[in-house]
Design a protein around this ligand. Structure first.
Ligand code: NAD
Ligand code: TDX
Length: 332
């Protein structure tokens, strides 16, 4: 049995990973999470008490981080400020958590000589043209666009430097856009699902031609566990499931699956600096570590996600009105 420290485990992807670890290993999991607006303890309900510990705290606070890292065998670092739109209006928390927080964790894993896995995003590579036949690979140069993605890029580079300069035993993964249960209603897919469920028309930024490469959060979790167990120290692995869709098609599919007319949405003000297209080539992870995604039917995965939001209104309802009001105030 390993002691796994999961930072950001009360957030969307972190909580999915915690459930996945509990179901697929005999590990003990400790979650360190600051419970910002994006953290929700309800996402961790029902976990077995003898295998799960929750600690409320800030990853940028060395006095909290140090003893937790010392007591762990593996650290998997999900905690972040994660929303591009927020980073355009108030970048400071992105610097504090994504850069200083990652630095604080790296110093602790260096001191205590612990295995570390760093969760990152495909957004560090910037964006692609719609008709570019190439996809992002581990060799693509970094070219981030937003305050969010630049702080994630900076955090990845800190990890690379700590591996090379101090011999830290780390791996990095850069994943494409996730969907699934427990995603905050500020994000694209849950915003549109819960808009429909509350009688509000979905909101598409600009023309809606931007493309995202969707992967189910469970497939992200299985990829991360594969890298933690079989990944080569110092290596980066791209995680993706060949799920490219333009935003307009996703909104139309949500409307179809909820029995609405497929044109019942609004175009709203576009995001500043809006990345056009992300696309991941995950050949390295598949061929070198033998990983395969399980959720390859996007429509079925989206339908199951809609069912989850229908069945779990108590989970998202408290955040919905304030999140939507903030968007409306921004013309979005
Ligand atoms: P999220 O915003 O849903 O969750 C982030 C969690 O981190 C929250 O529980 C929050 O309380 C916690 N947190 C924030 N600041 C903290 C701090 N200073 N100390 C401790 N905890 C703190 O984010 P998410 O969408 O689950 O993303 C998780 C990770 O995955 C991030 O590193 C993100 O960059 C990466 N990622 C996300 C996606 C995606 O599609 N959402 C894709 C690729 C990579
Ligand atoms: O209401 C909306 N309407 C809309 O058209 C919202 C909230 C978004 N969009 C568009 C913007 C993007 O093109 O949908 C797309 C997806 O938007 P987000 O859910 O905000 O995701 P994105 O900006 O692509 O970033 C996500 O994937 C990569 C995560 O939030 C990041 O944490 C991750 O790194």
């Amino acid at each position: 049995m390993r002691n796994v420290l999961v930072t950001g485990g009360a957030g969307f992807i972190g909580s999915n990973f915690v459930h996945y670890l509990i179901e697929n290993t005999d590990d003990h999991v400790t979650v360190l999470d600051k419970l910002t607006y994006a953290g929700n303890l309800a996402s961790l309900e029902g976990l077995p008490e003898d295998r799960f510990t929750f600690v409320k705290g800030d990853i940028a606070d060395a006095s909290v981080v140090d003893p937790l890292v010392e007591a762990s065998d593996v650290v998997v670092h999900y905690a972040a400020e994660s929303h591009n739109d927020n980073s355009l209006h108030d970048p400071r928390p992105f610097i504090d958590t994504n850069l200083i927080g990652t630095f604080t964790l790296l110093e602790a894993v260096r001191k205590h000589e612990k295995r570390y896995h760093h969760i990152s995003t495909d957004e560090v590579y910037g964006d692609l043209e719609l008709d570019d036949p190439q996809r992002f690979t581990e060799q693509t140069p970094y070219n981030p666009s937003s305050p969010y993605s630049s702080t994630k890029a900076g955090s990845d580079l800190l990890v690379r430097a700590w591996v090379r300069s101090f011999g830290v035993q780390a791996t990095i993964s850069n994943c494409s856009n996730n969907y699934g249960p427990y995603q905050h209603v500020e994000k694209f897919i849950p915003r549109q699902i819960t808009n429909v469920l509350t009688g509000v028309r979905p909101k598409l930024y600009g023309a809606g031609l931007n493309v995202r490469d969707w992967i189910h959060a469970n497939d992200h979790s299985s990829a991360v566990l594969t890298i933690v167990e079989k990944g080569v120290i110092g290596e980066t692995y791209l995680i993706g499931a060949d799920g490219e869709k333009d935003n307009k098609s996703v909104v139309e599919l949500i409307l179809k699956l909820t029995g609405q007319p497929t044109d019942a949405y609004d175009h709203v003000v576009d995001r500043a600096g809006h990345d056009l297209r992300y696309a991941i080539d995950s050949t390295k992870l598949r061929t070198e570590l033998g990983w395969q995604p399980q959720y390859q039917d996007f429509e079925a995965g989206l339908a199951a996600t809609i069912d989850w939001y229908r069945a779990n209104e108590a989970w998202w309802r408290p955040q919905k009105a304030a999140t939507e009001a903030k968007y409306v105030a921004q013309g979005q």
